[in-house]
Ligand binder design. Structure first.
Ligand code: PLP
Length: 392
């Protein structure tokens, strides 16, 4: 047996760039090196206590068996509440699918619908897995390049320019990973006008960072703003980022019945139901108190301000202020000659100096790197000092 047995679909994809760097940092740490990891995409705050208690009670109460493949009724009800309360999407429990993390919902939706030669518009810089999944499905990634001076957002005109008769999806991620870009209401309304002229285009709205928005404006999402488009939109959310539950592996999505059915068919023949314990815990997450989020948002906002200020003091580095999520996407163009114009070399250089970051090229960007500010203030301060020293 050898690599020739791999399918052409599998040969088109690589391990996620963020996972690869995080694994590398963990290995170095285990070998005794002092490494600060700013490569990982998860909140450092503890999972809320009510969630932990519910997970323990689920184990003690024998909730250790198969559940319906696409999720328990209790979690679908709680997710419908979440979609209504937090995203403004008027959905019903039967219009919800529960998946093993938001990632599985995105994977299933694209694999179920993208055929050879179909085009998927992916704004770049992008979350690492979108283009990989599109390629795996046999589709063509059409990058919609965004720029720091526009807050890493595209506008309706930019979208019009890349839509073709073969476009079958537009991916929207707000607040976005890796840039923290947030699409305001007005901009989404403009994007909706373009979409109305192209009825073949579906929208995958990835709202997994919705609660982590520092603009002071309520979260806006396409399915809530434009109910006339709702039958073309899959909205993905979850508890990973909002409730520090990355290890529980629960995502939720709402969209048209035919698509949820197709996703469920894939799920029933692959992973089966998401973990029964995790589903119980996610009900507690959605239905329990949400007031801790106010505190988390404030802490993240303060860290963001601290990180942006420190980065801007390092010669040759620049970054816009991210409006949401917990990442800074940093430009290091003036330094790139020193690293043979290869930002992976820059990331490895920073790793040598004790900080794990992810190269911009992993996200379809270039000449820079992403850091996560989901780390303790003291840790962030030390990491920024190391970065400044490494680049001095
Ligand atoms: C933009 C975006 N979407 C989806 C996910 C997947 O989240 P989950 O851990 O729930 O699969 C992530 C995780 O990093 C993300 O950053």
């Amino acid at each position: 047996m050898s690599r020739e047995h791999l399918t052409s679909a599998l040969r088109r994809i690589a391990v996620s760039g963020t996972n690869a760097m995080t694994d590398r940092a963990t290995a170095l740490r285990e070998a005794g090196r002092d490494i600060i990891s700013l490569s990982v995409g998860e909140p450092d705050f503890p999972t809320p206590q009510n969630v932990i208690r519910t997970a323990k009670a689920a184990l003690d109460g024998g909730k250790t068996r198969y559940t319906p493949v696409t999720g328990t009724l209790a979690l679908k009800q709680a997710a419908a509440l979440h979609f209504r309360r937090d995203l403004g999407i008027d959905t019903r429990p039967e219009d919800v699918i529960v998946t093993a993390g938001g990632k599985q919902a995105i994977f299933e939706a694209l694999v179920a619908t993208v055929s050879e030669g179909d085009e998927v518009i992916v704004p770049s810089p992008w979350w690492v897995s979108y283009p990989q999944i599109v390629r795996f499905a046999g589709g063509k990634v059409v990058p919609l390049v965004t720029h720091p001076h526009h807050g890493f957002r595209f506008d309706p005109g930019d979208l019009s320019a890349v839509i073709s008769p073969r476009t079958n999806w537009l991916i929207l991620n707000s607040p976005g990973n890796p840039t923290g870009a947030v699409y305001p209401r007005q901009m989404l309304l403009g994007i909706a006008d373009v979409l109305r002229r192209h009825p073949q285009v579906m929208v995958l709205s990835d709202d997994i960072y919705a609660p982590l928005n520092y603009t002071g404006e309520p979260h806006s999402t396409l399915a809530a703003l434009c109910p006339d488009l709702a039958d073309r939109i899959l909205t993905v959310s979850g508890v990973s980022k909002s409730h520090a539950m990355t290890g529980f592996r629960i995502g939720v999505a709402t969209g048209p019945a035919w698509l949820l059915e197709a996703m469920g068919r894939l799920q029933s023949n692959s992973t089966g139901n998401p973990s029964s314990i995790s589903q119980e815990a996610a009900v507690a997450a959605f239905e329990g108190p949400q007031d801790f989020l106010e505190d988390w948002r404030e802490r993240f906002r303060q860290r963001r301000d601290m990180v942006v200020q420190a980065i801007r003091q390092i010669p040759c580095l620049s970054t816009p202020v991210p409006d949401g999520a917990f990442y800074c996407f940093i430009d290091a163009k003036p330094l790139m000659k020193r690293f043979d114009n290869d930002d992976n070399k820059l990331a490895l250089h920073l790793l040598e100096h004790g900080v794990a970051v992810v190269a911009a090229s992993a996200f379809g960007g270039k000449d820079g790197f992403r850091i996560s500010f989901a780390a303790d203030e003291k840790v962030l301060e030390e990491a920024l000092t190391r970065i400044a020293t490494a680049l001095a």
